[in-house]
Design a protein around this ligand. Sequence first.
Ligand code: SF4
Length: 202
Amino acid sequence: MKIAEIFKSLQGEGKNQGKPCLFIRFAGCNLHCRWCDTPDAQMGGIEMALDSVLEQVWRVHPPYVCITGGEPLLQADQLEPLLASLNKQGTMIDIETNGTIDFTQFQKYALICMDVKCPSSGETSDLTLLNKIRKEDSVKFVVKDETDCRYAQEIINEHQIAGEIFFSPVYGTDYKPIIKFILINNLPVRFQLQLHKIVGVK
Ligand code: SF4
């Protein structure tokens, strides 16, 4: 499988924010978000055998692994045996995905965090996938401005999203108008800043 990096840090986002985590960042992405904060992961990465990846995982013995990218589901055939091995050892797993590829085959192994692309990204996600989100999964809108907030609001109103919904401002954005928008509109979301960037870890 093509891997951009494997590293231990604090989970900066989502339901497990603040937990120590081993990140396995898959290389390659099918999108080009304007504000992508992991541009290196759009590159080719390093080819790694399953055993090498697992060796790195077991060396750390993490209670929790986050599969991220890039877009990890582009390597579905390689991802499945990795998830099966982690699952067998009882490791808790999250998969962060950009909402363009069906993730249902992986829900038996992991919690899904589906990123819904907003207008400021210049990209779009497949909104039909929102119907496949379970209550234990989550959905994240990375928002930059009021246009993004309104777009997210429409989606929330039009879909029965079973999982928790996060609003996460693009890093460096003035987030006060975003908080105001949430409060004025009583949005059923959780506002969240990217903790890893605030505390200055990777
Ligand atoms: S989906 Fe993620 S990795 Fe891909 S371009 Fe967008 S922000 Fe970057």
